[in-house]
Design a protein around this ligand. Structure first.
Ligand SMILES: *Cc1c(COP(=O)(O)O)cnc(C)c1O
Length: 373
């Protein structure tokens, strides 16, 4: 399917696979496959090693991200764990400072228990990034745009550094998805997704994906994926496939809504900062006062205060106590993740309704402030 455009590839996932002509990917629940004789197989033996529904998803994501092979995992974190099975005690990894909190927590465990060491880069100076490289460095792990401060980094510039120093460039592409960013085309070796977010897109499945584009790495990942066993089950694989079919359409609407909301928030006197990289559906903004955070969240009626992103329903998160609670407060505050920051995952509702909801919540704060004075 390589010659088709991304939208077409996504929509057609699973079509043409079934012998009976089903246009929708079949869900194969069988854990085992009959062999006609010793060493004879139709490509599947045991569900952990390979499953036809999961294979459809893995092939599709590898194709769309432009990589060699895809691996579907039971969560985004298990996808990141799969990648980290490539490293051993003593290895050094450089990672984005402004990172998903769960990834930071996992790295903390790896450093304490498995003696991997980590340096964090603030995403600003490439010279500083180069200075962090030492003989033990094995990889650079980047989240772009960063989370939740929404800063973009130039992947092709970082790829020059990883290529020169023989390092792996690993990119968490959860926020932009292959619709807005294809890291492998910019020189990344491995792409990882929390497919729980935009790829599945309906706030109803936990899944992760790894896409590798380096033969040595691909073989190891295949071995570890089967050996460690954090694989995605057939039904959840099917749910991700179903989500992917509308990804391009959804991202367009998420982005259109986000841009309108950004324009609205920039005019809002109770907002001091709006962080938006110009693309995608994620918007972070800072309220004038930390005391306003809770009343604001409580006043929202349409936008749900909940901890996730990338689904059709708009969700708002308070990173300080939710997604980024595992990052020490001192560190968070130092790099700009303040206690007044909110992160909005713009859904695909009508933008007028989303803006009205934000507006009535801001109005209620103004009334609330007035009543106390
Ligand atoms: C949610 C998330 C993860 C972790 O994925 P799970 O599916 O929750 O395990 C990793 N990276 C980013 C950017 C995320 O948003």
């Amino acid at each position: 399917m390589t010659s088709y455009k991304t939208e077409t590839k996504l929509t057609q996932i699973g079509n043409g696979f079934d012998e009976l002509g089903a246009v929708n990917a079949p869900i194969y629940l069988s854990t085992a496959y009959r062999h006609e004789g010793i060493g004879i197989s139709k490509g599947y033996d045991y569900i952990r090693t390979g499953n036809p529904t999961r294979s459809i998803l893995e092939k599709a994501i590898a194709d769309v991200e432009g990589g060699q092979e895809g691996f579907a995992c039971s969560s985004g974190m298990s996808a990141i764990q799969l990648i980290f099975s490539l490293f051993s005690t003593g290895d050094h990894i450089i990672a984005s400072r402004d990172l998903y909190g769960g990834t930071f927590r996992f790295f903390d465990i790896l450093s304490k228990q498995y003696h991997l060491s980590f340096s964090y880069w603030d995403g600003e100076s490439l010279d500083e990034l180069t200075d962090l490289v030492c003989p033990e460095t094995k990889a650079i792990f980047i989240e772009t745009p960063t989370n939740p401060l929404m800063r973009e980094v130039d992947l092709s510039e970082i790829a020059k550094i990883t290529k020169k120093n023989d390092l792996l460039l690993i990119v968490d592409n959860t926020f932009y998805t292959p619709i807005l960013q294809r890291p492998i085309e910019q020189g990344a070796d491995i792409v990882v997704h929390s497919a729980t977010k935009y790829l599945s897109g309906h706030n109803d499945v936990l899944a992760g994906l790894v896409i590798s584009n380096q033969i040595k790495v691909t073989e190891k990942l295949r071995l570890y994926h089967n050996s460690c066993g954090g694989v995605l089950d057939p039904f959840d694989s099917w749910l991700v496939i179903r989500g992917l079919k509308t990804l391009a359409l959804r991202i367009r609407q998420h982005q259109e809504n986000a841009r309108k909301i950004v324009a609205y928030l920039k005019e809002q006197p109770l907002v001091t900062k709006v962080l938006y990289p110009g693309k995608g559906g994620m918007v972070s903004f800072e309220l004038t006062k930390q005391e306003n955070v809770e009343p604001f969240l409580k006043a929202l009626q349409l936008i749900t205060f909940a901890e996730s992103l990338g689904g059709v329903e708009s969700l708002i998160t308070y990173p300080a106590t939710q997604t980024h609670a595992d990052i020490p407060e001192q560190l968070r505050l130092k790099y700009g993740l303040s206690n007044s920051l909110l992160r909005l995952s713009t859904g695909i509702e009508h933008s007028d309704d989303l803006i009205s909801d934000l507006n009535q919540a801001f109005q209620s704060l103004k009334i609330g402030v007035g009543a106390h004075e």
